[in-house]
Design a binder for this molecule. Sequence first.
Ligand SMILES: [Zn+2]
Length: 197
Amino acid sequence: MRLPICLVWLFATPTYGQNASLIFTDEDAKALKTEMLAKADKDVRVFFAENFGRNIENPIALIGTSDPSLLNEHLSKALKEMGRRQRSSPVDAGKLCYEKPIGAAANRSYTVMCWLKPKAYDRRWLASIEQRLPPILAHEFTHQLQYHLANDDPPQRVNGTKELLLGPNWMVEGTAEVFERIYSVQVQGKDAANTAD
Ligand SMILES: [Zn+2]
């Protein structure tokens, strides 16, 4: 019965979805945070690869922290390591870190995530956050796919303005919302009517 075993092996280990983002996080509880981010990253990549045949092979940095003062520091280090140019202005870390339980933003080459600082980085905290992270990451990965599929790297702007050429914004955001919702419903089994936030 060698053949069925080989077939199972073939289907269980797709050649796509194996890429991983470069993880950047704080020294405090680094192992736990790295493991959490890496798992969410892998789950999201497998979701896009298996369901839509889409993957991104170019390096992407995934930055996660609860500390707004470290967010841009991590991002700057990540861009340097990937040989990408630095941002002309820092990410608004306060907005990202305090307006939602988990704030996130993405560009072609990175995703930054900021969550509210817990009392302790323990398994209880992990249980409370690990289900919420992947759908948000699916949203951000959709943005990276948009740049990737539009061949828009580095991202172009409209004739000397700050407005991104990739658009219109309602379509870019709407599409990402749809994939975030599909992830919640299809992968996590959430009720489609109850995923709005
Ligand atoms: Zn978005």
